[in-house]
Design a binder for this molecule. Sequence first.
Ligand code: C2O
Ligand code: CU
Ligand code: CU
Length: 511
Amino acid sequence: MSLSKFVDELPRIRTIKPKGILCGVPYYEIEMQEFKKKLHRDLPETTVWGFEGDYPGPAIEVKTNEWIKVKWMNNLPKEHLLPVDTTVHGAEPDKPRVRTVIHLHGGVVMPYSDGYPDAWFTKDYKEVGPFFTTKIYDYPNIQRGATLWYHAHAIGITRLNVYAGLAGPYIIRDPKEALLGLPKGEFEMTLLIQDRSFNDDGSLYYPTQPDPPVPGVCPSVVPDFFGDTILVNGKVWPYLNVQPRKYRFRIINGSNSRFYRIRLSSGQPFYQIGTDDGLLESPVITREILLAPAERADVIIDFSKYSRQYITMTNDAASPFPRGNPPDCRTDGQIMQFRVSLPLSSHDYSVIPYRMTTIKPLLEKDAIMDRHLTLVREEDEYGRAFLLLDGKMWDDPITIKPKLGSIEVWTLINLANSTHPIHLHLVNFQILDRQLFDVDYYKETGQILTTGPKIPPELNERGWKDTVRANPGEITRIIMRFGPYVGVYPWHCHILEHEDHEMMLRYEVVY
Ligand code: C2O
Ligand code: CU
Ligand code: CU
């Protein structure tokens, strides 16, 4: 099925208001629901999951250091919208089909509020997972201004819950940022990009099994999923009318498996001002931005010289990345359109600042540990390929135990053949470098034999990150300080089909 492009206007994601005050801080109640929504002019209504009647969920907006409490509530039906594979960890037949728990991606939060995958709950908290903690989560927001996002994280069905629609933005505003004069108000927008496929009746399509199928398992998890239709803020290939001035866009890749390398058809640059977890020191002027699942880019686009032009945001990243099929320029090669068709409503006083913040580098010499962690492809008991971190599975005993307050380097050794976006809960990190190495030699000896120079991170990766692309045949080194909380947290590949199929491990911050 092929849907016309740029016939629906890009919706602005609304900001949700607190329900009241609890223990002196803003208190939110946010309910997950199933409902129908029109995702494209020519598509019948689609049954989706969302929050408070919205897919994507409404934005939560807070200030740096503003503590809030959120009660995530599950009012979803008993049966899942999508095919649940009961052979993957945590989704066994004895578990309720519809389970949810919400994680704040990029948030520095206590373990009980982290949305631990086994801390799921069902409708009205009737059943709860083995590590259920509390109904009301605390988000202290003691961190930089940044574009975070919240999304479903229940063990074994994260890919399905997020695909059904359970994700939304979470914006932390640092009052200091207001002094920079960045575009704001109606000239600032969040763009949550996701790919989906649809059946002719408008329902969401998600595969029941891989191609070719796996004997004896149906439904079965698939190695990855790439939809043939691109949505922004829950609309298929939308357009946005803009004025000839500067806009700030907070771009989130909320897709299951798809990477995007975005460009503008006008050939004009993006001024990238921020990464996953906050501002860069200075804007990076770039014509292309690569975003793996869960990565974010905070950008300014200056439309002032493009009056009356229609500008398409395109994608040319291969699926799987980087060695898979290039996108089709008629479908997944396009994301949305900007129409510089509105008159200038007032003078544009916003600026692209020369310098925005200071990022103090974490130093390798201060690290007390360099952990070597492999990303390796194996076969599960059904003969399905799956990927493991450090050769281990989710339920294996925890071996990674960083000390509270200590700095560590993690060397991610990618022995597989595609890029995996590796995400750590709790901490924001910096990328040290990437380096080619001899994969076969490593497999034989367990030793890293590098075969190229150390490549520093891209200019637009030199900020605070929580998700890093670990490319095939490369070691990727990241550095972080563990804290400020102790406890057990997940780290995982953010290709959700991988995460659900064992590419997720636990680590524990200890005293
Ligand atoms: Cu965005 Cu553990 O996830
Ligand atoms: Cu996270
Ligand atoms: Cu992966």
